[in-house]
Design a binder for this molecule. Structure first.
Ligand SMILES: CC[C@H](C(=O)O)C(=O)SCCNC(=O)CCNC(=O)[C@H](O)C(C)(C)COP(=O)(O)OP(=O)(O)OC[C@H]1O[C@@H](n2cnc3c(N)ncnc32)[C@H](O)[C@@H]1OP(=O)(O)O
Ligand SMILES: [Co+2]
Length: 142
């Protein structure tokens, strides 16, 4: 087996029906003061913002339309829910190759994520029902 391994936890993705409402929850209930301005990522089918924390982020995502990959998730979980966990990797192409070699189902091809680096997802069935996002570390991240 190759040396490939996941690196730091980058963020926990939380799918929500209303991004602004979710931001307000983190502001008022949890006292979060560092929340980014929401922005649309049509290529990923979501509106997204980040609750920045000392050691990680909560990524809040809202479906942009019925074609969004999280549209079904919100249909099944109308109040929202924990959606994915994202780990950093050194090389996304090595990660995709290794996932295949290790028998996992990689969803689609690597695409640009909200941090501006390439991301890919591994099907929940491979990880005890948890959708895993692998994200190439920003330059010189560690
Ligand atoms: C802005 C980018 C940002 C970033 O970090 O840069 C993001 O993270 S974007 C995040 C949104 N994008 C994605 O999630 C892309 C990958 N996801 C997918 O391709 C789909 O969501 C998929 C295939 C995981 C599920 O699609 P869908 O819900 O339409 O399919 P099913 O309803 O048939 O579900 C199949 C099976 O999986 C279970 N499921 C679905 N979503 C999740 C989840 N988030 N966590 C755990 N399990 C999930 C669903 O319940 C079904 O289970 P089954 O036992 O077969 O009923
Ligand atoms: Co994510």
């Amino acid at each position: 087996m190759s040396e490939f391994k996941i690196g730091p936890l980058n963020h926990v993705g939380v799918a929500v029906p209303d991004l602004e409402e979710a931001c307000e929850t983190y502001r008022t209930l949890y006292g979060a003061t560092d929340i980014t301005t929401p922005f649309d990522m049509p290529e990923q089918g979501v509106k997204v913002c980040f609750v920045n924390l000392p050691n990680s982020q909560i990524e809040l995502i809202e479906p942009l339309n019925e074609e969004s990959p999280i549209h079904n998730f919100i249909q099944k979980n109308p109040k929202g829910g924990q959606h994915h966990v994202c780990f950093e990797v050194d090389d996304i192409n090595e990660a995709v190759d290794e996932m295949g070699k290790r028998g996992a189902t990689v969803l689609g091809k690597p695409r640009i994520g909200a941090h501006g680096t390439m991301i890919v997802f591994v099907h929940p069935k491979n990880s005890n029902g948890v959708l895993i996002e692998l994200m190439e570390s920003p330059e010189g991240a560690h």
